[in-house]
Design a protein around this ligand. Structure first.
Ligand code: IDP
Ligand code: MG
Length: 167
């Protein structure tokens, strides 16, 4: 089934200059990239993204991690991969959540680590199922930033919205 997956190259992936390597690995899937952008991660976005982990003891640390506080890189590269079995294919290449348990040749197995504070720094986020992918994609991207119509949209007229234009 054709589906979409949200991929984030996390701040450690950016700081370690792994973007090229990770995208090369993901290109093995032959999936299509249908959206990509650098994104700042507000506390609100981070907490919403990881809301299913709110009660975990490591929650405050992963919020700091995804916001770039641990690496002094306050951004992530967000992409949407689209195609046949996109989620399973990307998760397979990413490897297990715990980088020590991940297949050594997987992205997380190759580049991840566990910090002394116990955070799994695993360089990449991949949506875990179709429902989560839809929730996450709607959180990270506006419809106009995606070059295919993934989910139903509606037209709205926006009045007096402050926006920046090139001078
Ligand atoms: P996933 O990223 O493989 O889908 P999730 O359970 O959604 O795994 O966890 C989100 C992120 O939180 C992980 O990618 C990892 O960075 C961190 N994390 C998950 N479980 C632990 C843990 O037990 N200790 C430390 N960090 C964790
Ligand atoms: Mg997850």
């Amino acid at each position: 089934m054709e589906q979409a997956a949200l991929i984030l190259i996390k701040p450690d992936g950016l700081k370690k200059s792994l973007t090229g390597n990770i995208l090369t690995r993901l290109s093995e899937t032959k999936l299509e990239i249908v959206a990509a952008k650098m994104a700042r991660v507000s506390r609100q976005l981070a907490e919403e993204h990881y809301k299913h982990l709110k009660d975990k003891p490591f929650f405050p640390e992963i919020i700091r991690y995804i916001q770039g506080e641990l690496h002094n890189r306050h951004k992530v590269l967000a992409l949407i991969y689209w195609g046949e079995d996109a989620i399973a294919k990307c998760r397979e290449l990413a490897g297990a959540t715990n980088p020590e348990e991940a297949e050594p040749t997987s992205i997380r197995g190759s580049y991840g680590r566990i910090t002394t504070a116990g955070v799994y720094e695993n360089v990449i986020h991949v949506s875990s199922n179709i429902e989560e992918a839809e929730r996450e994609i709607k959180l990270w991207f506006q419809p106009g930033e995606v070059i295919v119509n993934l989910y139903p949209t509606k037209e709205v007229v926006k009045k007096e919205v402050k926006a920046k234009e090139w001078t």
